[in-house]
Design a protein around this ligand. Structure first.
Ligand code: NI
Length: 254
């Protein structure tokens, strides 16, 4: 059994065939799928899918850094509100993104810090998005760290030193299709990280692993990520599946 710890399969890319996408995932032993939220516009479709597949789909609540703009207070209020209304399995995805746009950096910092505090209040794990922003994210995270705060650096593509920092505070490293890309350089880094620190994810619809790179991603392709990690660690897919599934179940309480 595998767990896709990061998939936006509630998005419009799947509106024609979502039931087949879930069915294919299930046939490929991907038995649980964690759904990170983006913003108020993605919430309804994410919750609808979670309601349709309560044993398979596990929703998170959060405001994505690329959705932070002048309306951030309204968006954050919605996150606050929903946390009082129903069960979520984590706060995500949250973080800082300086690749697409730096205009709202100060707002991104406020929003990230607020959501880390929500995670502590509700004792939920955080799913962190980093893009050209590791130093900023890590500094804020350290300042909010307490005994309860835990989570994952999703779609990790940092340096070996950054991986050590993440592991050092007890956070997990989320690995996806990037590890199957020849020139990513991620393989040699993941090779040095014990699987007990890893989660696997697809980040669907993005970052489709080889041999489907370039096509729409989906949770059933998670096996290609697991296989690559097994190859890098010179072990079996079953072993990687067992360890990463246990990691995911423990982190998200699923
Ligand atoms: Ni995402």
């Amino acid at each position: 059994m595998l767990i896709d710890t990061h998939a936006h399969i509630y998005s419009e890319d799947y509106s024609d065939d979502i039931d087949q996408v879930i069915e294919r995932a299930y046939q490929c032993n991907v038995r649980k799928i964690v759904l990170p939220n983006i913003d108020s516009s993605s919430l309804k479709s994410m919750l609808d899918l979670s309601t349709a597949y309560p044993q398979i789909c596990f929703p998170l609540i959060g405001l994505h850094p690329t959705s932070v703009n002048e309306d951030y207070r309204d968006e954050l209020q919605l996150v606050d509100f929903w946390l009082t209304k129903r069960k979520f399995f984590g706060i995500g995805e949250i973080g800082i993104d300086l690749y697409w746009d730096k205009t709202f950096l100060n707002e991104q910092i406020i929003v990230f810090r607020h959501q880390l505090q929500l995670a502590k209040k509700y004792e939920l794990p955080v799913v962190i998005h980093v893009r050209d922003s590791f130093e900023q994210v890590f500094e804020i995270l350290l300042s909010e760290l307490d005994r309860t705060l835990t989570g994952v650096f999703h779609s990790f593509s940092g340096s070996p030193e950054q991986a050590k920092q993440v592991i050092g505070i007890g956070f997990k490293i989320g690995v996806n299709g990037i590890v199957t890309f020849k020139n990513s350089g991620l393989g040699s880094i993941i090779q040095e990280i014990s699987p007990e620190h890893l989660l696997i994810e697809t980040d669907s619809p993005y970052l489709t692993p080889v041999p489907f790179r370039g096509k729409r991603n989906e949770s059933s392709y998670l096996i290609y990520v697991a296989r690559k990690i097994a190859e890098l660690h010179n072990t079996t897919v079953d072993e990687i599946a067992r360890i990463t599934t246990e990691n995911a179940e423990k982190l998200f309480g699923i």
